[in-house]
Design a protein around this ligand. Structure first.
Ligand SMILES: [Zn+2]
Length: 107
């Protein structure tokens, strides 16, 4: 049996779902070792789940920050970098944006 675990994000404004696959587990025979998650499966599952959650939250936050707070014009990406974030379920590499408004020159 193939078990697919998906995460569904629903856009607050449009209500449209985005589905991302988190993991696939394969089970053939039912036994005490295949009945439950192994520690390795659980760690991998939580790491992937957290990666998708964080990636989605950062993406939404970055989109929210694009309009300039002063003139409301869309700001442009000046620079992007990667940030390493260490968590209980593993290391995450996040893309951070430096944005600037070319009208008011606000960062
Ligand atoms: Zn501006």
């Amino acid at each position: 049996m193939l078990i697919k675990i998906h995460l569904v994000f629903e856009d607050e404004e449009s209500g449209l779902p985005t589905v991302q696959e988190v993991a696939q587990l394969e089970r053939r025979d039912l036994s005490p070792t295949t009945l439950v998650l192994t520690l390795s499966e659980a760690k991998t599952l939580l790491h992937r789940l957290q990666s998708h959650l964080v990636e989605q939250q950062v993406s939404v936050r970055q989109r929210q920050q694009l309009p300039c707070p002063s003139c409301q014009q869309p700001r442009r990406v000046k620079d992007n970098r990667h940030l390493v974030y260490r968590s209980l379920f593993g290391r995450l590499i996040l893309r951070t944006l430096s944005i600037i408004c070319h009208t008011c020159l606000l960062l």
